[in-house]
Design a binder for this molecule. Structure first.
Ligand code: PBG
Length: 323
């Protein structure tokens, strides 16, 4: 329809009409908050490269989660930093390991909060890789056994969502089989389906103390240049029983989010990772950008791209009143 009959500015005249025709929203229920949990009591150690984020003990976590529940948050994602590390990452599947303790405490204090447990070994292994090693590389099938074992321990602790992030082939099938065999048919699997080998994870590795001691993660995480392969990863995980599929990182991979959303008819999660958070924080602290507006713009962009759920460290500052 040609101008002047059509004037697109008419629907932008004032905030009333702009609100009425707004297409995309960013409610609290779409945001999942990640937390880094470590042993101790009353612990709150700031993470230098992620201003505003801390390693916290279980008691602090419980208080945090209760506050966020009042703000309308429905789900959290927990990462554990164990007391000790070993070659197989055994603290990950110890029934009284840090993550299990955290899951139990949160579910007890806040039964209505969905608790997702990240399932990976890099925070728990002495070498920092995401599984057990054989000849200097992660042994896929040996790691699957430990993945199944860990999923069960997390489910027993009360995790609603198991979130495998190690990019092992067959990990979703291993988890679904173990859960179903043990009466946990109701537990959800949110797979880190298209997870790229990314420099954007830098600050997380400080936060979770999980940097690999040698080499990198390119033999299991994806090459940033590949999109078709991401679709194959997602298809395979859905086939194996994933209920929610994740694309990670988010910003440099919005095309993947959109393509996954269009091709598959399952909920899509986008992980707005540590490096994406750190960039916004750093520029905000320098006064180079309006941090709050940039944050909403980024998260809205991810929603527009097709993310049903956004895992983000920004959730807290968006929801709590500014001090
Ligand atoms: C563990 C894991 C990582 C992240 C989530 N789970 C790091 C990695 O793969 O090295 C990154 C999250 C972030 O950067 O915020 N496998």
């Amino acid at each position: 329809m040609p101008f002047p009959k059509v004037r697109l500015r008419r629907l932008r005249t004032n905030s009333l009409i702009r609100d009425v025709v707004e297409e995309t929203d960013l409610p609290a229920r779409r945001l999942m908050i990640p937390y880094f949990v470590r042993p101790g009591k009353d612990v709150c150690l700031p993470i230098a490269s992620m201003p505003g984020q801390n390693q916290i003990s279980v008691d602090v976590l419980v208080r945090e989660v209760q506050t966020m529940a009042r703000q309308g948050i429905k789900s959290v994602l927990l990462f554990g930093i164990p007391r000790k590390k070993d070659p197989s990452g055994s603290e990950a599947y110890a029934p009284n390991g840090i993550i299990q303790t955290a899951i139990k405490a949160v579910k007890k204090a806040c039964p209505d909060m969905l608790v997702a447990a990240d399932l990976c070994f890099c925070e728990y292994t002495s070498h920092g890789h995401c599984g057990v090693l054989k000849k200097g590389d992660v042994d896929n099938d040996a790691t699957l056994k430990l993945i199944a074992k860990t999923a069960l321990v997390q489910a027993r602790a009360g995790a609603d969502i198991i979130a495998p992030s190690g990019m092992m082939d067959g990990m979703v099938k291993a988890i679904r089989t173990a859960l179903d065999k043990n009466g946990f048919q109701d537990r959800i699997i949110m797979s880190y389906a298209a997870k790229y080998a990314s420099a954007f994870y830098g600050p997380f590795r400080e936060a979770a103390e999980s940097a690999p001691k040698f080499g990198d993660r390119r033999s299991y995480q994806m090459n940033a240049a590949n999109a078709e392969e991401a679709l194959r990863e997602v298809a395979q995980d859905i086939e194996e029983g994933a209920d929610i599929v994740m694309v990670k990182p988010a910003l440099a991979y919005m095309d993947i989010i959109r393509r996954v959303k269009e091709k598959f008819h399952v909920p899509v999660a986008a992980y707005n990772v540590s490096g994406e958070y750190a960039m916004v924080k750093a520029a905000g602290q320098k006064g180079w950008i309006d941090e709050r507006r940039v944050t909403s713009e980024i998260l809205l962009g991810l929603r527009r791209a097709g993310a049903d759920l956004i895992i983000t460290y920004h959730a807290k500052e968006l929801l709590l009143p500014r001090v």
